[in-house]
Design a protein around this ligand. Structure first.
Ligand SMILES: [Zn+2]
Ligand SMILES: [Zn+2]
Ligand SMILES: [Zn+2]
Ligand SMILES: [Zn+2]
Length: 114
């Protein structure tokens, strides 16, 4: 199958259409937004996920404003993802997730660094 390239919605870098990760900005959802809990495709402006009904607008832990459940706060730019501590997994997870969506390991909430 011929591979073709598509632009990342976050940074505009052209990457393979089946890529899981943008090489430009490191985004894990380069062609659309994914529900942080069930990984279903979501659209900006949606208030809750169609799949698991999780709210898709959450208060930012830094500025307190409501932001879409994406990789960064829309207002202050704070990263909203934490890395799974499982060294063989390491997948980025939304900060509100209690379990890693990839390996199932419990996540500690360690927002804001130390
Ligand atoms: Zn990108
Ligand atoms: Zn969902
Ligand atoms: Zn913020
Ligand atoms: Zn994991």
């Amino acid at each position: 199958m011929a591979s073709y390239k598509q632009p990342c919605i976050h940074c505009g870098t052209f990457i393979e259409a089946d890529a899981r990760l943008c090489v430009g900005c490191g985004s894990m959802s380069p062609f659309g937004y994914l529900c942080p809990s069930c990984l279903r495709t979501i659209r900006k402006g949606q208030m809750a996920c169609d799949g698991c009904a999780r709210p898709l607008y959450v208060p930012c832990p830094s500025c307190g404003k409501s932001t879409f459940a994406q990789e960064r706060c829309e207002h202050c730019g704070l990263g909203l993802m934490i890395r799974c501590e499982n060294s063989r997994c390491g997948v980025l997870q939304f900060f509100q997730n209690t379990k890693c969506t990839a390996c199932g390991k419990k996540l500690k909430r360690t927002m804001g660094g130390r």
